[in-house]
Design a protein around this ligand. Structure first.
Ligand code: SOE
Length: 444
């Protein structure tokens, strides 16, 4: 346990294979889209980054025994220690109680985050929790308080805002901090998807407030609020917002496949099912039949503006109705000395305009963020060979293991997750009052 600075949940004993490296047992709850992405991160991290701690995939959890065993096999958990099906659990409390689990990775819908995270922290485990941190500010506050108590025991807690780990966005933060943009004037972020354009898309868990907390706002808006605060180093203090639910009623399907792709609609095996605690996975979602219609209880889109402490004006747009935009998380910053632009659909590129250069030869130029001096790139391929979406989860695992190994607090912390949650709540409150400026609660 030396890695965890006196904590109860440090890495476990050495495995005898890796030059004194400590083992850290990971237990994951949920195994659909995010579970698969996180599994990829845990499987790969030790093969790419040289770390003093070795992640060991100890066990995965979901309520449906057969489905979770299949997921354990598919995602690499069953093979980890040759225990076979013993690497799958059907009760998250049993997962937390396992001696070989030092870190609990929560990949379930938001309605179970608080209960699992607090129980795991109270049991002395490190925690990684998917975003948004919770479904309500109250839950997020309880989680942040539990994380603070746990930190005093040497445990760490981190939120899965994976886009902080896109090298180009980490580089953008670095350039802003270095003053390359001068005084910030505009902070412009959009996150555009289009998987709800078809009114025949079914009422899945992501469209239910009791499961997901909110819609595009919490799913996509949470990412861009976190990124705005991460890249600029500033905090959103208040918002004016509008939200809309364009399609208020959608088909209810019998069965469980709830992916965000057409495959999910067609009832084929999706990867984004009501997994984990619910134990229902897209993988067993075949044979769906329309059994009626139900009300959508979340937003389809949210737009909001904010003023940053530096005086910069910020605009945000999150939608699942931008036909043709698949995963267009875009950022543009304009400052007195220059601008930066990024689009997740071309994630190896960052565009920089240096406004201090002579006007006749200045303009946006493309930085190919694939070079050894760029964040995270030193461990990957030779210069010029790009990365993708899945690498963000490897980097996330790397940063978390590094924090555990060095006894430092990883970011984004649960306090960071709570700050995003408060912005989301202010957006909902402002939208309910038709864009009346609403301060973000919980700040002096
Ligand atoms: C679906 O809208 C989703 O998968 C989000 O839940 C993720 O957080 C985002 O990264 C991609 O889109």
């Amino acid at each position: 346990h030396e890695a965890a600075a006196g904590g109860t949940a440090g890495a476990g004993p050495t495995d005898g294979t890796g030059a004194g490296r400590r083992r850290l047992g990971v237990g994951m709850v949920g195994y659909a889209f995010m579970g698969a992405a996180h599994s990829q991160g845990w499987r790969t991290v030790g093969r790419v980054f040289a770390l003093p701690v070795d992640a060991r995939l100890a066990a995965v959890c979901g309520r449906d025994g057969a489905a979770v065993r299949a997921a354990a096999d598919r995602l690499g958990w069953a093979a980890a220690d040759r225990l076979g099906w013993a690497a799958a659990e059907t009760d998250w409390r049993a997962l937390i109680a396992r001696d070989d689990v030092d870190l609990v990775d929560i990949c379930t819908p938001g309605d179970s985050h608080a209960e699992i995270a607090i129980a795991a922290l109270d049991a002395g485990k490190h925690v990684l929790c998917e975003k948004p941190l919770a479904n309500t500010v109250e839950e997020a506050e309880a989680m942040a308080a539990a994380a603070e108590r746990a930190a005093a025991r040497g445990q760490v807690a981190m939120v899965g805002f994976n886009y902080r780990r896109v090298p180009a966005l980490a580089l953008a933060r670095r350039m802003v901090a270095e003053g390359r943009l001068g005084t910030l004037r505009h902070v412009r972020l959009t996150y555009l998807q289009d998987w709800l354009v078809d009114p025949a898309f079914p009422l899945t868990w992501r469209l239910r407030k009791d499961r997901a907390g909110s819609g595009a706002l919490g799913d996509l808006g949470a990412h861009i609020v976190d990124l705005a605060q991460y890249v600029t180093g500033e905090a959103v203090a208040g918002v004016s917002a509008l939200t809309e639910t364009f399609v208020r009623e959608r088909p209810l399907l019998e069965g469980t496949s709830t992916g965000i792709t057409a495959a999910g609609v067609a009832g084929q095996a999706g990867t984004d099912g009501q997994a984990g605690v619910a134990g229902q996975t897209g993988a067993d979602g075949g044979g769906q039949v329309r059994v009626g219609a139900g009300l959508v209880t979340v937003d389809d889109a949210a737009v909001f503006t904010a003023r940053f402490p530096s005086g910069a004006l910020a605009t945000f747009e999150a939608t699942r109705f931008a036909a043709g935009r698949k995963n267009a998380l875009r950022l543009e910053l304009n400052g007195s000395d220059g601008s930066l632009a990024f689009d997740l659909e071309r994630l190896n590129e960052l565009f920089f305009h240096d406004h201090t250069e002579p006007a006749d030869s200045s303009g946006f130029r493309r930085i190919l963020v694939t070079e050894p001096g760029h964040p995270y790139l030193e461990a990957w391929w030779p210069p010029g060979h790009g990365l993708g979406y899945e690498h963000t989860f490897v980097h996330q695992a790397r940063d978390l293991l590094h924090a555990i190994a060095t006894g430092t607090a990883p970011e984004p912390s649960f306090a960071d997750g709570l700050s995003v949650q408060r912005v989301l709540a202010a957006v909902e409150e402002s939208a309910a009052k038709n864009a009346v400026y609403t301060p973000v609660g919980g700040r002096p």
